[in-house]
Design a protein around this ligand. Structure first.
Ligand code: LLP
Length: 416
């Protein structure tokens, strides 16, 4: 693909240079149509049985994005009190939120219970704690299905090397604790990890979870977690995740289960990245270009405080260069190897290393693709830098500020 920005008309006819001047850089820019489209795709993965997709909002909790999820009809999962509160603020009713927590305090758990938000417990200890504060309550348990997957070992959340879930050999203890506290286990859930393009490990985990599910009576739901990948190498023509063949394979497994179990509980999944990654980019400004020991460094304001994925997981994000409001063509003759970095005081503050990009000039814009997921939500104020603003290119083509840039007053307020 020559240019994703041009191919999908990401800015819907608006000039990215003007947007960058008006709202400043670094700037997160989202495209409402793409986000709606991806959320509708995940909502339709299973059609043969009662099914709900939960948008995993740790990916991006901007209120406007949560409102899109709400309007498209997907539910949401929350990992913290903050995420529950954001979902409530966006208008999600309690029964459309699923609190999938890990190592939380009694107070945080109580927030979910008092707000009637269904809770999943991910250890025997947390199940006991839930029983102590909510004897006779209803809850789900997170099972470790023994199979993990993901783009980096730090995001594999099942299998033998992870803190998550209750192992299969501890299932009898779940029943013992449930009996002791008179708890009703209404659902089970899992999450194998984040970003698979080959669905095989996910489907193997589905097999395992469905086998384990038969040990539980009268389950109201089974939640298979998220992890559907997106093509981060789209400029090199990486293919999309094949949702339709995945959906067929997935349904076949559910068919077999339903026959044996005798009924179809509500099936759920928890995609995050797939819903929002491709619907977001970062616009950053080039402030300096220099050669150091034969390496050409493009110095921008997109530091690791704005997008941490490259420095945290060595993640690849395609980058397009925008000069005078237009995407610079990737002509063979103009391509050169450069290292694009941010303005943070760490050598690891690198967006990409030795990347072939078309000629970049001072004051050009870098447009970092696929930044809608785990972008802003993982921002920090490292080096005492302000968090960026976020704007939405709405379906009608208008540009809307959906979160203002942080100010120094915002920072100082915590000391008042
Ligand atoms: N459900 C649970 C319980 C999760 O822990 C996660 C992600 C998801 C669903 C959504 O997974 P997704 O569909 O987005 O892959 N910061 C990393 C990803 C961490 C994912 C953590 N859990 C990254 O930037 O790649």
């Amino acid at each position: 693909m020559e240019s994703f920005i041009n191919e999908v008309d990401f800015f819907k006819g608006n000039n990215p240079e003007e947007i960058a001047r008006e709202y400043g850089t670094p700037l997160y820019v989202y495209n409402e149509d793409i986000i709606r489209d991806r959320m509708m795709r995940v909502a339709g993965v299973i059609t043969a049985y009662p099914y709900r997709a939960n948008y995993s909002c740790k990916t991006n909790t901007n209120l406007e994005i949560l409102k899109i999820a709400l309007s498209v009809g997907v539910n949401a999962d929350a990992m913290s009190e903050g995420e529950m509160r954001m979902l409530q603020k966006a208008g999600f009713p309690s029964d459309r939120i699923f609190y999938v927590c890990n190592n939380v305090s009694a107070d945080e758990m109580r927030y979910a219970i008092e707000n009637n938000i269904p809770v999943s417990l991910d250890s025997l200890d947390q199940l006991r704690l839930f029983g102590e504060i909510n004897r006779g309550g209803r809850c789900a348990v997170r099972i470790n299905p023994g199979v993990g997957a993901g783009h980096h070992e730090k995001v594999v959340t099942a299998g033998k090397k992870t803190k998550f879930g209750i192992a299969e050999e501890d299932i009898d203890s779940i029943f013992d604790i449930a009996k002791e506290y008179d708890l009703k286990i209404i659902g089970i859930n899992q999450h194998v990890g984040s970003l698979f393009m080959d669905p095989a490990p996910f489907l193997a985990a589905v097999d395992n979870l469905l086998r384990i599910a038969k040990k539980f009576e009268n389950l109201e739901f089974i939640d298979f977690g998220g992890g559907y990948g997106i093509p981060y190498h789209k400029l090199d023509d990486e293919k999309e995740f094949d949702m339709s063949s995945f959906s067929k394979e997935f349904t076949k497994k559910l068919d077999e289960f339903v026959k044996e179990y005798g009924s179809a509980p509500m099936f759920k999944s928890e995609p995050g990245r797939y819903c929002v990654a491709e619907g977001g980019v970062i616009l950053g400004r080039v402030h300096s270009i220099k050669q150091n020991s034969g390496v050409k460094y493009i110095g921008t304001d997109v530091g690791m405080n704005v997008l941490v994925r490259p420095s945290m997981y060595d993640s690849w994000h395609d980058i397009e260069i925008i000069s005078d409001g237009k995407v610079v063509a990737r002509d063979k003759d103009s391509m050169e190897k450069v290292t694009v970095c941010g303005n943070i005081c760490e050598s690891g503050d690198v967006l990409c290393k030795d990347r072939e990009l078309p000629g970049v000039k001072d004051n050009d814009l870098v447009c970092v693709l696929d930044a809608g997921a785990y972008g802003y939500s993982m921002c920090s104020s490292y080096n005492t830098r302000l968090r960026p603003a976020e704007v939405m290119i709405c379906s009608d083509g208008s540009v809307k500020l959906i979160r203002r840039r942080e100010t120094f007053e915002d920072m100082f307020r915590l000391y008042e």
